[in-house]
Design a protein around this ligand. Structure first.
Ligand SMILES: C[S@@+](CC[C@H](N)C(=O)[O-])C[C@H]1O[C@@H](n2cnc3c(N)ncnc32)[C@H](O)[C@@H]1O
Length: 284
């Protein structure tokens, strides 16, 4: 493997306790987008679903709610600690009858089962060859089945109006971190090309940005916890932190105060969903 693919294949954000907390916080904000993309893609009751890079299980749980007790969801995840956490959450959340998590690497996972749908959120960009991986994984979908991917874009340089400097500066750190690892911060916008390079039909796409600013808005915890979780990686990558910004538990409140002062509308990341239905002869 090249150095770049080495760096990519180690999941960028790691599996620290702070990162797990960030994923859980993120999951609640991101959930409506995922529900929308999965439903629009055609996920229905009774389907069998393969969720790639299942992490703590949130996408698998959404899929389980859609397919219902007559359906089945298999989550694939490489990190044993995440698989354990996802299994506990499945038990606690009452999903265990529908969802199963397997400790597996997407690059060499194999099965004879053919699924009705392949789903994935925030995972393709971490793989050394996203299109190659998608092509291989789509091979586990039956003819007429669905492939749906949810990714995002954190590259927007203009995420507040009127400009709120600390918001823009903190947001820019997320894009800088992706770039420092050779990962596209706007990967969501690459999805059409990745589907086509994978030999899949031209996908339908949908997108929308997390938006807020009102006191109490969820966006403050989202950005504060994200920056806090990635701070050690930023330092490691030599990305300078904005001057005068304390990256600790006080950051979300500080962001909120600054946005109240500038009376801004602020944007979070932009979410992209892309989906395609496989043909009955090959993929087209
Ligand atoms: C950003 S997390 C997203 C988790 C989940 N899809 C979600 O949206 O909540 C990406 C996950 O993909 C997993 N992952 C990355 N590369 C993988 C690989 N080659 N095989 C299996 N899992 C992988 C990581 O360990 C991580 O848990």
């Amino acid at each position: 493997m090249t150095e770049l693919s080495d760096r990519r294949s180690a999941y960028l954000l790691g599996h620290s306790a702070l990162e797990r907390r960030r994923l859980l916080i993120q999951a609640s904000y991101v959930r409506p987008w995922t529900v929308r993309f999965l439903r629009r893609a055609g996920l229905r009751e009774g389907m069998s679903v393969l969720d790639i890079g299942s992490g703590l299980g949130d996408v698998s749980f959404i899929a389980a709610e859609i397919v219902g007790p007559g359906g089945q969801v298999v989550g694939l995840e490489r990190e044993p600690v995440a698989v354990q956490a996802a299994r506990h959450r499945a038990e606690a959340g009452g999903y265990a009858g529908t969802v199963r998590f397997e400790n597996a690497d997407l690059t060499d996972f194999d099965t004879d089962q053919r699924f009705d749908a392949l789903v994935g959120r925030f995972v393709l960009q971490y793989l050394p060859d996203p299109a190659g991986a998608l092509k291989r994984l789509a091979g586990f979908v039956r003819p007429g089945g669905i492939v749906v991917m949810h990714d995002m874009d954190v590259s927007n340089p203009d995420v507040s109006f009127p400009t709120c400097r600390i918001w823009n500066d903190c947001y820019a750190l997320l894009g800088a971190l992706f770039r420092s690892r050779g990962i596209a911060p706007d990967f969501g916008r690459h999805l059409t090309r990745v589907f086509l390079d994978a030999g899949l039909p031209w996908p339908d796409v949908d997108s929308g940005a997390m938006t807020g600013g009102r006191p109490g808005s969820a966006v403050f915890t989202w950005l504060g916890s994200a920056v806090q979780a990635v701070e050690p990686l930023l330092v490691q990558a030599g990305v300078a932190l904005p001057e005068g910004v304390a990256v600790d538990d006080s950051l979300s409140a500080e962001l909120e105060r600054a946005v109240q002062r500038s009376r801004s509308m602020v944007l979070g990341n932009t979410h992209y969903g892309a989906w395609a239905r496989l043909g009955y002869l090959g993929t087209e």
